[in-house]
Design a protein around this ligand. Structure first.
Ligand code: GDP
Length: 371
């Protein structure tokens, strides 16, 4: 009975044997689902109706295997990245993964989260520069907001032009909005809404979904690669909203004296150790989810302050109470972004000395300023 049936939510092959595996549905529920033509695995059903996620056993090896076939095919690679969490979108060794000769078109998503004043050509150039550092020579960069795409037709035309009769593989890490993007394509091509499960929870696309193209080729959605260092893995599900912004990020600028500290909820900390000059304040601009509270305090005593107030004044805090914040130090010689991967970034002026704190394992680094 269950041979060859696929979940319309995540694309996984349905099965009735392993409750912890992908595509599971109890036999009784499967019968009902077949009768109602709503073929969703238990996981997608719960996600859709109760907004709750169930973990499944899918190893990194399974992901690697699923992606390996991409490199053996002549195809256009559509690499979806998240502009707000650019480093979290990075797939290390992408060209090797997808085959050295396959062209890569970058769809830079969630442009709606960035200030509207940001110029498109500047942002594209910034994306190209960041890609170069990752060893990726993209044939093009398209900016979009998959949640409300205005330029979907233009992107689809571009894909059609670049694929030149080949298959298209859409790749990306989890949470970049890949499912949302594919859903929009399906909607525009077939009028079916919300066919693929999208959600705030990382790691929800488990298997491949192929959308047939006119010439017998297909656009194939590959599973999202889970990045373990994303902040989403540190906070509880109810606190994900502070980590995954939904609306345009408002720049928050602080005029800091040396030895002042900013806390970003209980998730990250920033110290201005010394400014560019002793007698003037230093302006730093923070880009984080708008509801994430930023608390200013003195650097002296900030560690005790954190221990005392994590989870109340400084909330949300990491869901694991034993997690400590690791310290990083930077001397800033030109205008740079200090990035707390997946949480946000702070634009810093030249000539200052700073410290950054985040849960161990979270990427903390500086990059060329985006804004
Ligand atoms: P996937 O794991 O890459 O398939 O990501 P999803 O499509 O499930 O999206 C992950 C999260 O990002 C969800 O909460 C989406 O609502 C959100 N999202 C997707 N596209 C956009 C976008 O263009 N703008 C914003 N602000 N959020 C988006």
């Amino acid at each position: 009975l269950e041979e060859g049936l696929y979940c319309i939510g995540c694309g996984a092959l349905m099965q009735v044997k392993d409750p912890n595996g992908v595509g599971y549905l109890p036999m009784s529920a499967l019968r009902k689902a077949l009768a109602s033509e709503q073929l969703l695995c238990q996981r997608c059903f719960r996600l859709r109706h109760y907004n709750e996620i169930q973990p499944v056993d899918l190893t990194d090896d399974d992901f690697a295997k699923l992606l390996h076939q991409v490199s053996e095919n002549h195809a256009l690679i559509v690499y979806v990245v998240d502009l707000f969490d650019f480093s979290g979108s990075t797939i290390p060794g992408l060209p090797r993964f997808v085959g050295k000769d396959n062209p890569i078109l970058v769809v830079a998503n969630k442009v709606d989260l960035l200030p509207k004043s940001l110029k498109e050509h500047k942002l594209k150039a910034w994306v190209q520069g960041q890609l170069k550092e990752q060893g990726i020579n993209a044939v093009g960069v398209e900016l979009t907001s998959a949640a409300h795409p205005k330029n979907l037709d233009a992107i689809l035309d571009k894909i059609d032009e670049l694929r030149a009769g080949r298959d298209v593989y859409v790749v990306g890490t989890t949470n970049v909005g890949k499912s949302t993007f594919i859903n929009q394509i399906i909607k525009s091509k077939t009028g079916v809404q919300e066919l693929i499960t999208t959600s705030r929870f990382p790691g929800t696309t488990l298997d491949q979904i192929a959308i047939p193209l006119d010439d017998g080729k297909a656009l194939i959605d590959t599973p999202g690669i889970i990045k373990k260092d994303q902040y989403a893995h540190w906070v509880s599900n109810k606190d994900l909203k502070y980590v995954l912004p939904k609306a345009e990020i408002k720049a928050r600028t602080y005029q800091l004296n040396p030895e002042q500290t900013l806390f970003f909820g209980g998730l990250a900390r920033f110290d201005l150790v010394s400014g560019a000059s002793d007698d003037s304040k230093t302006a730093v601009t923070a880009y984080f989810e708008n509801n994430l509270k930023i608390h200013r305090t003195k650097q002296a005593g900030a560690s005790e302050f954190f221990e005392k107030h994590r989870g109340d004044l400084l909330s949300p805090a990491p869901k694991d109470e034993n997690v400590q914040l690791a310290k990083y130090e930077f001397k800033i010689s030109e205008k740079m972004d200090l990035v707390y991967a997946g949480l946000g970034f702070i634009t810093l002026p030249a000539g200052i000395h700073v410290q950054a704190y985040a849960p161990e394992g979270v990427g903390v680094f500086v990059r060329k300023a985006m804004i």
